[in-house]
Each structure stands twice: as C-alpha cells, then as structure tokens.
Design a protein around this ligand. Sequence first.
Ligand code: URA
Length: 217
Amino acid sequence: MASTEPFKNVLLLPQTNQLLGLFTIIRDKTTSRSDFIFYSDRIIRLLVEEGLNHLPVEKKSVDTHTNEVFEGVGFKGKICGVSIVRAGESMEQGLRDCCRSVRIGKILIQRDEETALPKLYYEKLPEDISDRFVFLLDPMLATGGSAIMATDVLIKRGVKPERIFFLNLICSKEGIDNYHSAHPDVKIVTGVIDRGLNEDRYLVPGLGDFGDRYYCI
Ligand code: URA
C-alpha cells in the first residue's frame, strides 16, 4: 500500500479520504479521459497550493474598508514553472490557476535510442530564472532519471537547489532516493508514495502512462 513514512525534503499531501477518493478515480482503468483530466487537475491544484505554502513571506499591513489595519503577509520573491514535456505540461494550468501570469519554461528529455539513457533535447527557460523559485512539473516520479537531468539544467542556469520544488502526483521510494541522491536540497511535493516499480519501470499500483491517459486515451 501507499507509504506515509516521512522522508527529508518530501512534502507529502495530507492523506485525507478526499485525496484517497481522487486517486481512486484516476487509478481506475475504466475512468474516462475527461474524468481522468478533471480529477488529476484537482490533485495538481492541491500540489501547487502545498508548494506555495512553503514559499517565504514578509510582513505586510493593509488598510481595510472598515478603516482598520490588517497585519498580514505578502509573498517574497518571484516564481516560475518548468514542465518536463510532455506529461509535465498537464500541470501548467494548475499553476496558472494559482499564480496569475506566471512564467513557464519547458524542458524536453527523451530516452536516447542507442544508449537507452535520458537525453536533453530542448530547453526554453525564463532569462531571469536564477532569481526565481522554480516549480518543476512532472506527474510521475518513477526512476527519477528525467527529473535529475532537468534539475541539472536548472542548476546550470543558476537556480539554487533549495529554491526548487519538484511537484508530482505519484512517486516511489526508489524515485525519491535516486532523485535525492543527486539533488538532496530540492523539495519533492507529492500526492502519494507508491509501493515501487514493475519490470517495465511503471509505478505500482500506479495508473499507467499518465501522458497517454491525459492527452490520448
Ligand atoms: N510515467 C508514467 O506515466 N507512469 C509511470 O508509472 C511511470 C512513469
């Protein structure tokens, strides 16, 4: 079953019945594509909100319509999203829904046919990305190979690891360990930690190929 044991730098969504219900729908192989999109989007929204909970704030006072002063906070710093194409693009709208006019970059990594290793094919990132908090978007953290390479790209562009939040719906302990052995200071924001991987490197119990279910079938 899903793990709830704490890991360092892993922000696991509260395992509520509501979240369990959402995962039950998207894991069900009979779920239609439109329901898969709708309920995945709800989980994505929760992941984005959880990531935002961990951004720094500073004190800010405002005058209210009752001529009182409200002592609140304002967000400190700028953020951007970076999606790992294609499946990560499914998470862009959830980020836009929470952060108006947010800049979003893209990274395309695919398996090299000859070496079977992940290879960087394309990157398009905001010029000032090194000044921003980055929400790295990829729905499934299985082995972590693509996410490690995408994070390498961000760090080469000057982003500090502690300013990166890697958002995924489902991960495995193996994926967390692999990813954190390369990038221990990045925070992983995840919906659930699955049992492991099968021989085809799919998460189990998982939900199959997220990109295919969101975009194709
Ligand atoms: N990517 C997917 O879409 N599904 C998995 O189970 C693992 C990686």
